[in-house]
Write a protein that binds this ligand. Structure first.
Ligand SMILES: Cc1cc2nc3c(=O)[nH]c(=O)nc-3n(C[C@H](O)[C@H](O)[C@H](O)COP(=O)(O)O)c2cc1C
Ligand code: SF4
Length: 477
């Protein structure tokens, strides 16, 4: 197993910025052309959900403005936020599960093309997720949600009693008694809210996921192609369905769980169906976890093999993230749902300034380097994208020079300043607004509120209502 030989620390702040001539010779601003993927430069805006779609999942004017603002900074690529492949209600998250979404998505493509002068490649992240419910009031849980079993009746000595009496007695047991009377899973539904898993094969729709998923993703990719996107990023990361298939926690016994080749099966079948559904130039890559960062979760003893399997299958890029799991998420408040970025693995995904000895920046760099080396050793040139704490030119350039990745993803830095790479390219790096990693933006995401950055102006500067702007302020060159 690969082990990091040294812990590289990266400094906070803007770092040294090059002049325009040095920038033009840099790796960051060199083009990339590998297989179907071609980028004018190696800066990449990873997917970020801004909570701006309409309630029924359509592209809104605010969504257009959000991506237009990133495109004005002309990064090599933008990945549009996680977009649901099913046509099911999911609040103001974008959807691509029906042809009626194509028109709005086409407008999004046109907007980005125009704003970036055609310089930015545009991909859309395709996501499937399983059901999750809010943490219930205990009284409601016992009165309505708990499915009564003989074990519950026995636990409260109420074998012959009517159902409402059994429920009342269970509720009266109180927190300590609940632990003894409920199964672990039932107790989790009470304390954190009900959450489906890919291992719930007693449920028909979960058992049948491997049959349903390929067509769901393939149809979504076909719609993305019709809308004019350059490609799709299959979301195989964090806490969602495809990452759960890949995870060591997937113990399904139907050939889609357990040993790694079986855990890879559904993700590879989804990829194969997606690839087959689109024309040759259309890019199909994925985002997956270099490390799950939960006890017993996927780590570098397997993830390089996962990357090699994806590269061998023909994926056009591999983008790594880390952590972001439900397994170690904090207990949500009553009437709120668990959020996979609140525990230690969530910290690994989006580390903020308050950190451990290792510091918040570049925690994904060494694992991604190991993954890239494995892919290259397998004879594949598949471009690798790495994200996590990139906030200045020096750090981006160092990753490229040291073989961490071929493309540098910067999510929060691009939010703080969508023009950051453009400013550096023009030799005006001293004008970059550097992300402070306070995770103000991520807290809004957690509350499902429109994401903004604390460094952006407030509108009351213009005599308005004191709210922050919905897009980053313009950069006047
Ligand atoms: C507001 C917000 C929304 C995010 N939404 C997504 C998402 O839709 N899909 C995804 O793969 N990652 C998402 N992420 C994670 C980022 O893509 C990125 O991996 C993470 O922020 C670490 O990179 P950074 O340090 O450059 O911000 C989100 C991050 C933020 C801050
Ligand atoms: S809100 Fe904070 S962490 Fe988020 S992009 Fe802005 S400065 Fe960075």
């Amino acid at each position: 197993m690969w082990r990091p030989s040294e812990r590289i620390r990266y400094e906070a702040g803007p770092g040294r910025a090059p002049d325009a001539e040095e920038a033009s010779r840099s790796r960051l601003f060199s083009p990339l052309r590998e297989g179907r993927l071609s980028l004018a430069q190696r800066s990449w805006v990873p997917a970020m959900v801004p909570w701006r779609a309409t309630e029924d999942g359509f592209v809104s004017g605010d969504v257009l403005a959000w991506y237009e603002r990133f495109a004005l900074g002309r990064p090599g690529a933008i990945v549009v936020e996680a977009t649901g492949v099913r046509d099911v209600p999911s609040g103001p998250l974008l959807r691509i599960g029906h042809d009626r979404y194509v028109e709005g998505l086409s407008r999004l493509v046109e907007t980005v093309r125009r704003a970036s002068g055609g310089q930015t490649r545009l991909f859309i992240q395709l996501i499937d997720f399983l059901a999750i419910r809010r943490r219930p009031e205990p009284a409601t849980y016992f009165a309505r949600f708990l499915s009564l079993t003989d074990a519950h009746r026995r636990a409260v000595g109420a074998e012959g009693l009517p159902e409402h009496e059994v429920r009342a007695r269970l509720f009266a047991l109180g927190p300590e008694g609940w632990k003894a009377a409920l199964t672990t899973r039932e107790h989790e539904s009470l304390s954190h809210g009900y959450r489906e898993r890919v291992t719930d094969t007693h449920l028909d729709h979960i058992r049948d996921l491997p049959k349903a998923l390929p067509e769901l993703f393939a149809s979504a990719a076909r719609r993305a192609e019709t809308a004019g996107f350059d490609g799709v990023e299959l979301h195989y990361a964090h806490a969602y369905t495809m990452a759960s298939f890949l995870s060591r926690a997937n113990t399904r016994l139907d050939g889609y769980g357990g040993p790694l080749p079986d855990r890879l099966r559904s993700p590879l079948e989804v990829y194969a169906a997606t690839r087959a559904a689109v024309a040759s130039p259309f890019v199909v890559g994925c985002r997956f976890l270099a490390e799950e960062c939960v006890p017993g979760g996927n780590d570098l003893s397997e993830t390089p093999e996962i990357a090699v399997a994806f590269a061998n299958a023909g994926m056009d890029f591999l983008s790594t993230s880390r952590g972001g799991k439900f397994e170690d998420a904090k207990q949500p408040a009553i009437n709120s749902a668990a959020y996979p970025y609140t525990g230690p693995s969530g910290y690994e995904c989006m580390p903020q300034f308050i950190s451990d000895a290792r510091g918040p920046f570049g925690r994904n760099a060494e694992p991604t380097k190991a993954i890239r080396e494995a892919v290259r050793a397998a004879g594949r040139r598949t471009p690798i994208v790495c994200s996590g704490g990139v906030h200045n030119f020096e750090m981006a350039e160092r990753w490229l020079a040291e073989g961490v990745c071929d493309i540098v993803g910067a999510a929060r830095q691009s939010l703080a300043d969508p023009d950051w790479a453009l400013k550096i390219a023009l030799g005006r790096g001293d004008e970059v607004r550097t992300c402070e990693y306070t995770n103000y933006c991520e807290a809004l995401d957690q509350k499902h509120k429109p994401v903004t950055c604390q460094l952006w102006d407030r509108l009351d500067l213009d005599g308005s209502d004191g709210k922050r702007r919905l897009v980053a302020p313009p950069w006047r060159r």
